[in-house]
Design a protein around this ligand. Structure first.
Ligand code: NAG
Ligand code: NAG
Length: 368
């Protein structure tokens, strides 16, 4: 009897042990699956351990209010008023952001001498693309006299290996240098280097044009928005720069100095009207490797993400402390403010509903 009992309790242990083994195997395989599918997320979460934050910028306080004289504004910045404004040149590399270009050029038009725009027949990732600006020239006829347009021959991606998108981007920026010279720029003129969706505010331009004593090179701190001006993210956008032009000025879109003018405009990322433009940008963009699954490009998925203010690439915020990562995780809270936005956008609000509060639904036509 006792013997029998011992036997049965022994086999009970065995059964339990088998359960534990199965459970353990399951857990391990779940972990492995998790790492395989979310490896990038996990490594982003641990960024504070493997990456150092870039050196912080020295921010120049920016003063502005309606109806304050330029003389007073210049002096508040420690600068002085000029007798005549500097000429102003705006140089961008264009992909397909037609609506942003429309807003940018209308907003900057009163101040700009020349709009310099370069476009390529391939994307940074080597996919052929039309010259979207050329195809839509009539929409930009209002700036015809000021437009200096150039095209850049792209390189097609060869099966399995394409040129490093950042290298291609570099060659394209070199082509930009000669286009800028062709536009007739002179020493002492102001040159803005930015992406189409990085729009400096008119008061920033006036300050640059009218004040003597400004630094010859400043980054522009732009308020960063995602999908529309309904989703303000933070003030993290810093790549745009303002230069007092000299022979040594080189077109770049990276860190060039420690100085940055605070609150200098707007940067609206992925602010597209139509669904195909999102898909195009997601595959065209220098970080196209972030499209890890085909399903990322599904229209219904993209639409849901735009309305929730979530991340198109299912990534974690690129921050350098755990506190900042956790603070920024999850959806961007929507804003109901359309105050202090580009004037052309507000004047034409009926035509730009998708950029304003409550307008997250996108059109789903196919490309032109
Ligand atoms: C700004 O100045 C204009 C004309 O000088 C005046 O009509 C307007 O009322 C002023 N606005 C404010 C907010 O002071
Ligand atoms: C891009 O333009 C260049 C120069 O016009 C041409 O040689 C090349 O074939 C074009 N590439 C594509 C993908 O259309």
């Amino acid at each position: 009897m006792a013997n029998k009992n011992r036997l049965s309790s022994g086999s009970k242990y065995k059964v339990k042990r088998v359960h534990y083994c199965v459970l353990l195997a399951l857990l391990v395989s779940l972990c492995v699956l998790g790492i395989v599918f979310h490896g990038r997320k996990i490594s982003y979460f641990f960024r504070p351990l493997w990456d150092n934050p870039p050196k912080p910028f020295t921010r120049i306080p920016h003063y502005y209010a309606e109806n304050v004289t330029m003389d007073h504004l210049c002096h508040l910045h420690g600068w002085s008023l000029r007798s005549h404004p500097r000429r102003f040149f705006d140089a961008i590399i264009f992909s397909n952001e037609l609506d942003m270009l429309d807003i940018r050029w209308h907003e900057l038009q009163p101040y700009v001498s020349k709009f310099i725009i370069l476009e390529s027949n391939t994307t940074f990732t080597g996919i052929p693309k039309p010259h979207y600006f050329e195809l839509n020239r009539e929409r930009f006829a209002f700036a015809k006299e000021k437009t200096v347009h150039g095209t850049f021959p792209g390189k097609l991606a060869v099966q399995g290996s394409y040129e490093d998108p950042f290298l291609l981007e570099g060659r394209q920026r070199a082509a930009m240098n000669s286009l800028i010279r062709r536009a007739g720029i002179s020493n002492g003129d102001i040159l803005i280097m930015a992406d189409t969706d990085e729009i400096p505010s008119p008061q920033t331009l006036k300050l640059l044009q009218w004040c003597d004593g400004i630094p010859p090179l400043m980054h522009l701190e732009l308020k960063h928005y995602m999908y529309s001006y309904e989703f303000p993210v933070d003030y993290s956008s810093w790549r745009a720069t303002a230069h007092v032009y000299s022979q040594h000025t080189q077109y770049r879109h990276s860190r060039q100095t420690d100085l940055m003018l605070a609150d200098a405009g707007w940067h609206c990322s992925f602010c597209f009207r139509k669904m195909w433009e999102f898909v195009f940008k997601m595959t065209a963009y220098s970080h196209a490797d972030r499209v890890r699954y085909k399903s990322f490009l599904s229209h219904s998925r993209i639409q849901d993400i735009i309305c929730r203010g979530d991340d198109l690439f299912d990534m974690l915020p690129e921050e350098y402390t755990f506190k900042d990562i956790i603070k920024k995780m999850g959806s961007i809270p929507p804003s109901a403010s359309a105050v202090h936005l580009p004037a052309y956008l507000i004047q034409n609000a009926h035509n730009f509903k998708f950029l304003l509060p409550g307008g997250c639904l996108r059109e789903t036509q196919t490309p032109p």
